[in-house]
Design a protein around this ligand. Structure first.
Ligand code: SF4
Ligand code: SF4
Length: 379
C-alpha cells in the first residue's frame, strides 16, 4: 500500500540514453532542456547544465547503450529552438506517450479516450487524493488539446467511486464513464477496442492516453517545453517505503532507492517495469528513469521452488503470449514432455510471476522449459 508521495525533480545529475553521440556535444559543453543529444533519435536533454561524460549503461530494456551524463544546474533553461516552436509543433516534435498502447495522432474529428484508472490494490490510499489534485490540470490539458486537434468527443474512464470528481463544465464534448476495471494488460486493450470499434484489431488509428501522458502534456503546455518530469510508482515487498514519486527523466534509480529507504532484503531482486500495463522484467538496478516508465514493482527474487500452486489459473489468463505457464511449470517439475506447450513463445515479461497469488516465480519454470526444449539441460 502506498501512502507516501515525494518529489525528486532536481537530481544532481541525469543519465540519458543516446543512439549516437552528436560530435559537437563533448564533455564540458553546456546543454539546455530540449537540446537534441543524438544524431539519429529523439533523445533530448531533460535539464540545463554541463555534459560530464559518456558512459555505457544498461537501460530499462536491459540493453547496453551509450548514455550521456549531465550535471544539472537546476536553472531549467530551455533550448532556443524550443522557444521558436508553436505549441502544436512542440507537442508533435517532443511528445512521447508513456506506453506503447497510447497514441495522440494529429487527425481531427477523432475520439479521445483518457484512462484515469490508477493502479491496483496496493495503490488504494492515494489515487482518489491524486485525482482530486490533478483534475484541474487534466481539464486544462483537454481544453488545449481540443483547441489544437478538435477531437469529436472525449471519453474519460474513471473508477466508480471517483466519477463524481470529474464534474466540471467544459467546452468540449465529454463523456465520463465509470468502470470497475479488471486490472491487467488486457483492460486497456478492451477499452480501446470498445471505444474505437475494434481499432486494435483493424489497426485503425485512435487517440488513447493514460494519466502519466496527460501529466506530460500538461507540463509541456504549462511551461512550453519538452516533458522532463514523470510520475513513478515504486512499490513491492522488497521496498522499505512504497512511494509515489514525481521524478525527472534521467534520474538514477539508485538515487531514488535511497529516498524510498532502500531494500528490505540483501538477496537478489526481481524488478517489474510497468507491471500492470505491459510488464517487463528489468534484470539490474543500475538504470536511469526513462520516458516510458510508470511503475516499478520490486520483489525479492524467488528461485524455482513450487510453493503452493492453488491452480487459480491467473498466470494463464494474464500471459500475453497465450501459453499456459502453470501447465509448463508442472511439466518442468515432473519431467513431463514439453512439446506442444509452445514455451518458445514466452517473451519473458514476468506477468505470470507478478500475478501469482502464491508468489511462485512461474517465469523461471517457463524459462527452464524453453531451455530444455532448445536442448540445453544445464539450467
Ligand atoms: S513470462 Fe512468459 S509465460 Fe510468463 S506471462 Fe510472460 S510470456 Fe507468459
Ligand atoms: S498464478 Fe500461481 S497459483 Fe495460480 S495457477 Fe499460476 S502458478 Fe498456480
Amino acid at each position: 500500500m502506498i501512502s507516501t508521495q515525494k518529489n525528486y525533480s532536481q537530481p544532481h545529475l541525469v543519465s540519458l540514453p543516446v543512439n549516437h553521440k552528436r560530435p559537437s556535444l563533448t564533455p564540458g559543453k553546456y546543454v539546455k532542456i530540449g537540446t537534441i543529444l543524438s544524431q539519429d533519435d529523439k533523445a533530448y536533454s531533460t535539464v540545463s547544465g554541463k555534459i560530464l561524460r559518456y558512459i555505457q549503461q544498461k537501460d530499462t530494456n536491459n540493453q547496453v547503450k551509450n548514455h550521456i551524463v549531465i550535471e544539472n544546474d537546476t536553472l531549467n533553461k530551455k533550448d532556443d529552438y524550443v522557444n521558436t516552436l508553436s505549441l502544436k509543433d512542440l507537442i508533435d516534435r517532443y511528445f512521447v506517450p508513456t506506453t506503447t498502447q497510447e497514441q495522440l495522432n494529429t487527425l481531427t474529428n477523432q475520439k479521445l479516450l483518457i484512462d484515469l484508472i490508477f493502479f491496483d490494490e496496493p495503490f488504494v490510499t492515494l489515487d482518489g487524493k491524486f485525482l482530486e489534485n490533478f483534475k484541474d490540470d487534466l481539464i486544462e490539458t483537454l481544453e488545449t488539446l481540443y483547441r489544437l486537434y478538435a477531437f469529436s468527443e472525449c471519453v474519460i474512464l474513471v473508477k466508480e467511486d471517483q466519477a463524481e470528481l470529474i464534474n466540471q463544465t467544459v467546452s468540449f464534448p465529454l463523456t465520463v464513464k465509470s468502470v470497475k476495471p479488471e486490472k491487467g494488460i488486457d483492460f486497456s486493450y478492451t477499452m480501446i477496442n470498445r471505444t474505437f470499434n475494434q481499432a486494435l484489431i483493424n489497426q485503425s488509428s485512435y487517440n488513447y492516453l493514460r494519466t502519466e501522458s496527460i501529466m506530460k502534456l500538461h507540463e509541456m503546455i504549462r511551461h512550453h517545453r519538452p516533458s522532463v518530469l514523470g510520475r513513478l510508482i515504486i512499490e513491492g515487498d522488497a521496498i522499505q517505503s512504497p512511494t509515489l514519486m514525481i521524478v525527472r527523466v534521467g534520474t538514477l534509480f539508485l538515487d531514488l532507492k535511497r529516498i524510498v529507504g532502500g531494500y528490505t532484503t540483501k538477496n537478489g531482486l526481481t524488478i517489474h517495469k510497468n507491471a500492470r500495463v505491459l510488464n517487463q522484467v528489468i534484470t539490474h538496478d543500475d538504470f536511469s528513469i526513462s520516458h516510458d516508465l510508470a511503475s516499478l514493482y520490486i520483489q525479492e527474487h524467488r528461485e524455482r521452488e513450487v510453493y503452493e500452486c492453488i491452480a487459480c489459473g491467473r498466470c494463464n489468463t494474464k500471459c500475453p503470449a497465450g501459453i499456459l505457464p502453470s501447465k509448463i511449470m508442472h511439466a518442468v517439475e515432473h519431467d513431463i514432455y514439453l512439446d506442444r506447450m509452445r514455451t518458445d513463445l514466452c517473451i519473458e515479461c514476468g506477468l505470470c510471476s507478478f500475478y501469482c497469488p502464491s508468489k511462485i516465480n512461474v517465469m523461471e519454470f517457463v524459462k527452464k522449459g524453453k531451455a530444455l526444449i532448445g536442448g540445453k539441460h544445464d539450467v
